[in-house]
Design a protein around this ligand. Structure first.
Ligand SMILES: [Zn+2]
Length: 72
């Protein structure tokens, strides 16, 4: 499961949480103040996860759009 970074808008705390893809749109409560005013930060972990699952290296046509390290 991908590891996401979150930041709390109420108290400013940053925390990490592992979520399955089905959970990725749910609101995550802050572990410090229990507020649900948290936002997910875009991290490189997500990009690497997409490239690893969707890439086919055969013939150089992995269709990653340059997101992975396939030398496009
Ligand atoms: Zn908080």
């Amino acid at each position: 499961m991908p590891l996401y970074d979150f930041r709390c808008d109420e108290c400013g705390a940053r925390f990490e949480k592992r979520l399955s893809f089905s959970q990725s749109d749910t609101r995550i409560a802050c572990p410090t103040c229990a507020s649900q005013h948290t936002r997910r930060l875009i991290s490189a972990v997500m990009v690497l996860g997409v490239g690893a699952s969707g890439a086919t290296a055969e013939g150089g046509g992995c269709g990653c759009g340059g997101a992975c390290s396939c030398h496009h």
